[in-house]
Design a protein around this ligand. Structure first.
Ligand SMILES: Nc1ncnc2c1ncn2[C@@H]1O[C@H](COP(=O)(O)OP(=O)(O)OP(=O)(O)O)[C@@H](O)[C@H]1O
Ligand SMILES: [Mg+2]
Length: 464
């Protein structure tokens, strides 16, 4: 009888053992249904139950082939017993009805279900959040007269452990899907964020460009205004002097004419008037000359007016030519100029602009740097890297004090007003370097220690 029973059970187990393996493993509900279906069919004549908890902690009870009963947390017939079992069972157990009744009585509860002679309960476990957690109980009631509860218990353990494997695969799949969905959501969100930021940034950039443009424009207008005021002021003096001198010449000429017509003119008169006329003419000439020089300088301020062509030239030879052309100015002095420049430095640029820059710097060293100095040294050093040229122009003269250093590139700034300087030299240099040669220039100096001009520019001047 016992052997027969065992034999039959083994056959059935064999038959069912791979049912779980064949489940699609996408739906844990199917696994639960399979547990109940198998139990009911093997342990045919028993009540089989699956006790689960939903995520609110309420019990869900499935009886035999899947009928589902949601039990509220308390107050339901049988609830006390299920609660008791849930907490009591953490391994497969056979619990005799009498034991169950005694335990429940102690807790003021009763067995309110038809559970027969005993109960077999097996915990259903799964890994939740990396921890083994009891997610359900598989319960089978034993009818009176069944003498093989241990065999039934083992059958239930086998089915439960097969089910646990299937549940693990289901949750793993669900978890993977959840993580994938989460990732997609993050990715979409990230993309949105990046798009948003990109848009904000490009808008900010656009605004910056506009502001920069406006600033440049207003700076241009301001320096133009300054320049015009300066031009008017500078030209006003020599032209004013010339006008005054001319009008006194005119008066003298009239007097001369009157004397001549009256016949009272003496030789001494004539000599005196001719001398004064000559002096007056010289004043007029000097001042008009100065005005004309100023006008020429102003033209140079407007860099773009020069029609010089861009060309390729070797820097060293060109610098030497510039020095030769300046030789007359340095001839009878003890000022020494040295050039340090590789023969191979070739520029594609505007040589005339470079000549003008170097000439202005040399004139400044001569006039300002070496003023009241017997001796002086000037060095011009050229260096290149990848695609730019850096010129270091140095003199060891008087230098510039810190209060005037920030102003030396301003138009009409000069420390020698009244002795023929207009203060345009370095302004022209600045415009030529930054506009014509597309480079940069700055000056380092302290009073008494000479000047150093650092000029950078591209080796190949590319037109925009
Ligand atoms: N090498 C130098 N050493 C000392 N001071 C200098 C030197 N170069 C320029 N400066 C100072 O910078 C000022 C401005 O120079 P800038 O060439 O613009 O005008 P300027 O020489 O006075 O007049 P201009 O060049 O129009 O005849 C000079 O007046 C002088 O004070
Ligand atoms: Mg000058």
């Amino acid at each position: 009888m016992r052997e027969q029973y065992i034999h039959r059970l083994l056959n059935m187990l064999n038959y069912y053992s791979d049912t779980f393996a064949r489940l699609p493993l996408t739906d844990v509900e199917e696994v639960y249904a399979t547990i109940l279906a198998q139990l009911s069919s093997i342990l045919r004549y028993r009540v089989c139950m699956l006790l689960l908890k939903d995520h609110n902690g309420s019990f869900i009870l499935r009886v035999n082939e899947g009928s589902k009963v949601d039990l509220p947390a308390s107050g339901h017939a049988g609830h006390g017993m299920l609660e008791y079992l849930w907490h009591r069972v953490d391994m497969a157990l056979v619990i005799a009805r009498s034991t169950l009744e005694a335990d429940l009585l102690q807790a003021g509860q009763q067995v309110e279900m038809d559970i027969g002679e005993s109960l077999i309960a097996v915990p259903l476990k799964a890994i939740v959040n990396y921890r083994e957690t009891q997610i359900g109980l598989v319960i089978a009631a034993q009818p009176y007269g069944n003498h093989e509860p241990d065999i039934d218990k083992q059958i239930m353990e086998v089915i439960t452990s097969l089910a646990m494997g299937a549940i693990a695969s289901c949750t793993e799949l669900a978890e993977r899907k959840r993580v994938e969905a989460e990732l997609t959501r993050y990715r979409d969100h990230l993309k949105e964020l990046v798009d948003e930021r990109t848009q904000e940034l490009s808008q900010a950039l656009e605004e910056l460009r506009t502001t920069q443009h406006q600033l440049v424009e207003s700076a241009k207008m301001a320096s133009l205004g300054e320049l015009v005021a300066g031009v008017a002021h500078e030209i006003n003096t020599p032209v004013g002097v010339a006008v005054t001198a001319t009008s006194s010449l005119h008066t003298r000429a009239q007097k001369l004419e009157e004397l001549y017509k009256s016949g009272a003119m003496k030789r001494s008169h004539l000599e005196e008037h001719l001398k004064a006329l000559g002096e007056g003419c010289q004043i007029v000439l000097n001042n008009l000359q100065r005005a004309s020089n100023l006008v020429r300088s102003f033209k140079e301020v407007a860099v773009d007016q020069s029609s010089e062509q861009k060309r390729t030239f070797a820097l060293k030879g060109y610098l030497e030519e510039i020095l030769t052309s300046m030789q007359p100015k340095f001839k009878r002095t003890k000022y020494h100029i040295s050039i340090s420049c590789d023969e191979n430095i070739i520029l594609l640029s505007y040589p005339g602009a470079i000549a003008q820059v170097v000439t202005n710097l040399l004139m400044n060293s001569l006039i300002h740097g070496f003023e009241n100095r017997e001796e002086g040294r000037i060095s011009i050093e050229a260096k290149t890297d990848l695609n730019s040229l850096t010129l270091h122009y140095h003199d060891d003269g008087n230098g510039v004090s810190s209060d005037i250093l920030p102003k030396i590139f301003n138009p009409f700034f000069t420390s020698k007003r009244g002795s023929g300087s207009s203060g345009l030299g370095l302004h022209i240099v600045y415009n030529l370097v930054t506009q014509k040669l597309k480079g940069t220039i700055r000056c380092e100096s302290t009073a008494g220690h000479g000047v150093l001009f650092i000029i950078s520019m591209p080796l190949e001047r590319v037109e925009e």
